[in-house]
Design a protein around this ligand. Structure first.
Ligand code: ATP
Ligand code: MG
Length: 244
């Protein structure tokens, strides 16, 4: 195995329960350095819970999480963010009392002394394909369409310069044209910033377009993993989706 493909982020036997529900069950999972990993699975499969334990939002009941070989299990979200793991949320979490540029800069709160200058936010938004930043920057996020809101949330994560980016249903609520634009933008930013990327998606077409490897989660366990083409034709995967 080439060095570039060593595990970057790894779960070993990770279990997470919520009362009587086992959201993750002794899960073995890894993201390789520089790869684009797609994560799919039916509703309630444990996809978001996986990102929540990786980013420190939830502490696993058992098992270990390692980043480049270093154990990070149970660390606080801000400690994990400082180590280079950035994530977005399935439901947008922009601050409605801050304008667009302030929202982007709020991403630096836990890493640097709060930076007031917004040039960096403007530059980042331009890089992410937002035109007319001078007009949009002063707007409140709730006045913008979903695709723009998603880009702003992404910029808020990227402003911390993460090494690995976890995107939870970035394409949700986007139409096919917006989805294609988002895919191009993500590919570009991944290359430019030298990122490792994992995307949870229900949009299979999008996953097939961007992912180099696909991991299928079902009932908190790995159902299947492999190249997108193989996953698309997997009987096990078809069964799980048709049975939904
Ligand atoms: N904070 C929580 N409290 C209680 N139960 C939870 C919590 N978070 C997740 N669960 C439960 O854990 C299971 C996995 O949920 P999770 O949100 O990880 O699924 P998902 O694969 O992201 O689903 P979706 O595709 O609908 O987003 C579900 O049964 C869910 O109800
Ligand atoms: Mg989810």
């Amino acid at each position: 195995m080439s060095k570039a493909k060593n595990p970057f982020l790894k779960c070993e036997k990770v279990t997470k329960r919520f009362g009587g529900i086992t959201a993750l069950s002794e899960l073995e999972f890894e993201i390789k350095k520089k790869e684009t990993l797609g994560i799919i699975g039916p509703n309630g499969a444990g996809k978001t819970t996986l990102f929540n334990v990786l980013s420190g939002v939830h502490k696993p009941d058992s098992g270990t999480i390692k980043l480049k070989g270093e154990e990070i299990t149970g660390k606080e979200p801000y400690q994990i963010a400082r180590k280079g793991i950035g994530r977005t949320f399935q439901s947008l979490r922009l601050f409605s009392n801050l304008n667009v540029l302030e929202n982007v800069m709020s991403g630096t709160i836990f890493t640097d002394p709060i930076r007031k200058e917004t040039d960096q936010a403007e530059e980042l938004l331009r890089k992410l394909g937002i035109e007319k930043v001078e007009l949009i920057g002063q707007k409140m996020p709730q006045d913008l369409p979903t695709d723009k809101k998603r880009v702003i949330e992404l910029a808020r994560v990227l402003v911390r310069k993460p090494k690995i980016l976890l995107l939870d249903e970035f394409m949700a609520g986007l139409n096919p044209k917006e989805t294609d634009k988002a895919l191009q933008m993500l590919k570009k930013i991944k290359k430019k910033e030298n990122l490792t990327m994992a995307l949870i998606e229900h949009n299979i077409r999008a996953i097939m377009n961007i992912a180099e490897r696909v991991f299928v989660l079902h009932s908190g366990r790995k159902l299947e993993e492999g190249p997108p083409k193989e996953i698309k034709n997997s009987e096990k995967v078809k069964e799980v989706y048709l049975g939904e």
